[in-house]
Write a protein that binds this ligand. Structure first.
Ligand code: SAM
Ligand code: SF4
Length: 381
C-alpha cells in the first residue's frame, strides 16, 4: 500500500450507470490508500471529482452545470482545491472540457483511473492542467472494503468496454473494445468479499453474456456463474446487463439450476419494431426476443424481467412506436428504464436525421411511462 501522510478530503459526484458507481468506489479506494478521506460535504473538500456519463446529452449538460457550481465554490472558499473530470465524458470531450469549464484542473479518461492519485499530485506540484485520455490498455481496479458504500451487497466488474456498436450508443467509443477480466481475479475478489461478510454480489459488464471472449482459458459466462455460485457465504448473485442476442440455452439452464442466481433478468429490448431494431443494429427481432421471454418463463415461472426502451429513434413512425407499446404491454416487464433518443456525435445513428420532433418523443415517453407504472403496480399487487 502506498500510504502518504495527508489528511486531504475528496468529494465525488457520480452520474450514470452502476458501472460508473462501481468505478467511483474503485477510485475512492485508490485515493484512500494514498491517505485521502471521503467527504460528503463539498465545502470541506480539497479534491472534487465528477465521474461523468455521456450516454445522453442531458447527462453531459448536468456535468457542465455542476462544474459551474464548483467554480463559484472554489472562488468563495477553496482557491487551492483540485477539480477533476473523470469517466465517459472526460474520454469523449477531452480538452474541450478545459475550454468550457476553465476551473477544471485535470481530465482523466476511462482507461486511466488507476493514475488519478499521481495526476492529483502532479496538478498540485506543477500547478498545471493535465489530460490523460489514451486508450491503450483496459486496467481493472476494484474498490477496497472501506471504499464500498454498501456493506452487504457489492458490484464486481467482470469485463470492460463493448464490441456491439448499437448504432445509437457512444459506449464502445468511450469505453473501448470489450475485454474480459481474468477469471482468477474475479474469483479472488468474490472470495474476499464473502470472507468480509458480503452476502450479495452483482457481476457488471456492458454485455455480460459474452464474458470470456479473448481469455486464454476457454470459459463462458455460465461457467463463471457456476464457479461464483460455489463460493460459500454468497447468497445472492445478480448480473447486468444481458444482451438478448447472446442469451443462450446454456445460460438459461445455469439460471434454472443455480439457486443463488437472482430471478430478475435485465435484458433490454430497446424497441418493439423490427425496422427500428435493425436500424439500431441490435442483432435480433421482436419474435426472437419474445421466444427468449417465453423460454425463460416456462423454465422459471417466478422470473422478473427488466428492460431499457428508447423512443423517438430516427425513422420511428407511429406504427413502430405502437409495436413497442404493444410489446411492453404483452411482455409485462417488472422494471423498465425508458429514454428519449439523444443523438450522439460519432455514432452510426448520428448520420441519420433526428426526425422525430421533441414533442412527439416526449408524448411517446410519457405514454410508455404511464403503461409501465400500471404494469409494475399490477405485478406488485
Ligand atoms: N450495455 C447495456 C445494454 O446494452 O443494455 C447498457 C448500455 S447504456 C449505458 C444504458 C441504456 O441507455 C441503453 O440500454 C439504452 O437504452 C440507453 N441509451 C444508450 N444510448 C442512448 C442514446 N443515444 N439515446 C437514448 N438512450 C440511449
Ligand atoms: Fe451500448 Fe449496445 Fe454496447 Fe449496450 S450493448 S453498451 S447499448 S453498444
Amino acid at each position: 500500500m502506498n500510504k502518504e501522510v495527508t489528511s486531504k478530503k475528496v468529494f465525488i459526484r457520480t452520474l450514470g450507470c452502476q458501472m460508473n458507481k462501481h468505478d467511483s468506489e474503485a477510485v475512492l479506494g485508490l485515493l484512500m490508500n494514498h491517505g485521502y478521506e471521503l467527504t460528503k460535504n463539498r465545502d470541506e473538500a480539497d479534491v472534487f471529482l465528477v465521474n461523468t456519463c455521456s450516454v445522453r446529452k442531458h447527462a453531459e449538460d448536468k456535468v457542465y452545470s455542476m462544474l459551474g457550481e464548483l467554480r463559484k465554490l472554489k472562488k468563495k472558499n477553496k482557491h487551492d482545491s483540485v477539480v477533476g473530470v473523470i469517466g465517459c465524458m472526460a474520454q469523449k470531450d477531452k480538452k474541450e472540457i478545459f475550454k468550457r469549464a476553465p476551473n477544471v484542473d485535470f481530465v482523466c479518461g476511462t482507461h486511466n483511473s488507476h493514475k488519478i492519485p499521481e495526476i492529483i499530485k502532479s496538478v498540485i506540484e506543477q500547478k498545471a492542467k493535465i489530460e490523460f485520455t489514451d486508450m491503450d490498455k483496459q486496467v481493472f481496479i476494484s474498490p477496497t472494503l472501506s471504499s464500498r458504500e454498501n456493506k452487504s451487497s457489492a458490484w464486481i466488474s467482470i469485463m470492460k468496454g463493448c464490441d456491439n456498436f448499437c448504432s445509437y450508443c457512444i459506449v464502445p467509443y468511450v469505453r473501448g473494445r470489450e475485454v474480459s477480466r481474468p477469471l482468477e481475479n474475479i474469483i479472488q475478489e468474490v472470495e474476499e468479499l464473502a470472507y468480509a461478510g458480503y452476502k450479495e454480489i452483482t457481476l457488471l459488464g456492458q454485455n455480460v453474456n459474452s464474458y470470456g471472449k479473448g481469455l486464454s482459458k476457454k470459459i463462458d459466462f455460465s461457467d463463471l456463474l457456476e464457479l461464483v455460485h460455489k463460493i460459500k457465504g454468497i447468497e445472492q448473485i445478480q448480473f447486468v446487463t444481458s444482451h438478448p442476442k447472446d442469451i443462450s440455452l446454456k445460460l438459461i439452464d445455469a439460471v434454472v439450476n443455480l439457486e443463488k442466481v437472482s430471478r430478475y433478468l435485465h435484458f433490454p429490448l430497446q424497441s418493439g419494431s423490427d425496422k427500428i431494431l435493425r436500424l439500431m443494429n441490435r442483432g435480433y427481432t421482436l419474435s426472437h426476443y419474445i421466444e427468449i421471454v417465453n423460454r425463460l418463463r416456462e423454465r422459471i415461472p417466478e422470473i422478473r424481467l427488466g428492460t431499457d426502451i428508447i423512443v423517438g429513434f430516427p425513422g420511428e413512425e407511429e406504427e413502430d412506436f405502437e409495436q413497442t407499446y404493444q410489446a411492453m404491454k404483452k411482455i409485462e416487464f417488472a422494471q423498465a428504464y425508458m429514454f428519449k433518443y439523444s443523438p450522439r456525435e460519432g455514432t452510426a445513428a448520428f448520420k441519420l436525421k433526428d426526425d422525430v420532433p421533441q414533442k412527439i418523443k416526449k408524448d411517446r415517453l410519457d405514454k410508455i411511462i404511464k403503461l409501465q407504472r400500471f404494469v409494475s403496480n399490477k405485478k406488485r399487487a
